[in-house]
Design a protein around this ligand. Sequence first.
Ligand SMILES: [Zn+2]
Length: 282
Amino acid sequence: MKAPADANARRAIPPVICYPDTTLPRPDPAAMAAHRARLGPSDTVIVPPRDARCFRVPAGGAFRITCVEGPQVGDLNLWNANDLSERFYSGKTRALHGTHLTTGDRMWSVFPYLRPMATILQDTLDWYGIDAHGGSVHDVIGTRCDPYTNTLLGGDPYHHCCHSNLIRALASETGLPLAAAEAHVHDVLNVFMCTGFTRDTGQYFMKASPVRPGDYIEFIAEIPLLGALSACPGGDCSAEHSSDTAACYPLMVEVFAPPAGAPPWPEPQLNGYDGSHGLPNG
Ligand SMILES: [Zn+2]
């Protein structure tokens, strides 16, 4: 179509932040750090390359995901350990915090709960920022590699995409049949992955992760959590995923728990909306 006469003027309108975070409940970093110092190690889970494992974290506990042998990206799902219908909401987390998460940001749960599930306490890659390509680390813009998209795009059948890995891990942990477990697997936090959108075409891109052995990201569990982490078959995601081509490494998940006798953690309240959606009796 021919551009209107005022096209440039329309394009020049400055953007408005959709959700200014001035009223968003923010964690108190000093209080969180003091709380963290009282937690003790309670579990360690090694996630094998091209596979996934589950882990559980009590409310007020913490979990740390560490790169241990080589650059490796992880796909993270979170559920309320007592109710799988409350799960991580990647899209709203993106709207609230931006395309990539770092220290102080939170992972929010789906409607009607919409409350913090986890708060990022430490991120050793927080120095990375946004690079010249528009890339950054720990994104909530990708979904997860999966066998359906791989098939759609003409790939050979591949059964170790993160989607399938997460399904197998959740089914094994809960005893759910595979199809029931699949319905609970959701869009992820792409831990350690470096991604962005190309400036010229707006396409989703990935590039080699800057993560190195010893790097980690650590979260406080705001509610009791069941987590699942997949060590993506893309490895550092510098070239391709959905195949056995890339070099892949394990990831380590360490869980830290409050000491015996600690006061109960103040879990965030459920969202305050009344759920009536404008009808008298809801
Ligand atoms: Zn993946």
